[in-house]
Design a protein around this ligand. Sequence first.
Ligand code: SF4
Length: 429
Amino acid sequence: MAEDVLCPFCGCLCDDIKVEVENDQIVGVKRACKLGSSKIRGHERTKAPMVRKDEELVETSYEEAYDRAAKILKDAKRPLLYGWCSTVCETHKKGILLAEEVGGVIDSTATVCHGPSIIGIEEKGLAGSTLGQIKNRADLIVFWGANPAEAHPRHTLRYSSNSTGMFTPDGRKGRKVIVVDVRETRTAKNADKFLLIKPGTDYEVISALRMIVAGKGEIVPEKVAGVAKSDLEEAAEMMKAARFGAILFGLGMTHSRGRYKNVDNALSLVADLNGFTKFVVMAMRGHYNVAGFGQVCAWETGFPMSVDFSRGAPYFNPGETAACDLLAKREADAMMVVAADPVSNFPRATVEGMAEIPVIQIDPFPNPTTLLADVVIPSAVCGVEAEGTAYRMDGLSLRMKKVVDSPYPTDEAIIQNILDRVRRLGDDN
Ligand code: SF4
């Protein structure tokens, strides 16, 4: 039995998982939620490397797959290296080296999830905390545009509303929960106060709350975004009365109208509330190591995502250098996808852009992106078949364990092999 295994699925990065192993096979998973258990137990794998020949993907050797991948990246004028959030930081470091070597653009899945949150945080600053602080101290939790009951199933029990901690021994009974969302989610059903807002009105609602918190409630109309002023006043009072409050926001806030400005405004609300009590704010990150890519990319390049190396030095300008920008404008002429599935998540116009260029996929599992790929390189599952470092949604770095051996190379080794070949091709020219 492997103890204290980290779950390689969502940003909670639960570190208390037990995995039963017999004859180097996983036969049982304890404590993980269904999402995590399914990832750890594994499902259909890509059995061998493949390259596209005569419109068909055919099995090949790793050596040929590395050669083809290196040539595609080396020949491209504007290669895009995308994904990275379901693999470990050691892979990120190699990926950034590879992007620099080929003068490409490197971007992560944050670009289509909490990227606007990061920009909002860069503009405003963050009154942050660890999940441990929230578990041990928070007596008010606000889930805004977030539904952990479905997306982060153990979050409430381990870290937030339903957890018990040093100064929160009564768990859920000792805490108040506010949910702000555009529909009554499972998380909302368990809230003490639910604010059902109209879609795309987060900015207005945050602004109204800020006015009430600041004592300027007389300028707030009787109804804001479908919410009665009295409900907003009640929520504002709950926030001010908390000993330690936390706003945990999800894509519902980040991807509604206003985007990073919503986050910017929410961070200002938290700053305002710190005039009355202790309040913190955190993004509910999705993939287990999306926070890790932001960290590695920031310390290597100065920027957290969407970094363009074509000028010889890192350049960052989302709207110009994000993955979807390059694909929609047909700038990218080759793409490498690592531990991600953009075909399932990107807008249609960008997927059409992917279909027009050579695509390299590195992933343990087949997914819709495989259908477009010209080179497919299967890898070991990080956190199950390979160890490495990952960052939890609160920015805490944790070491992921290897539980069983794998016949597949690690993502890190695959990127290193491609990088070596790219460099050799450069020497030959
Ligand atoms: S909550 Fe997230 S990290 Fe924890 S077991 Fe479930 S999927 Fe894994």
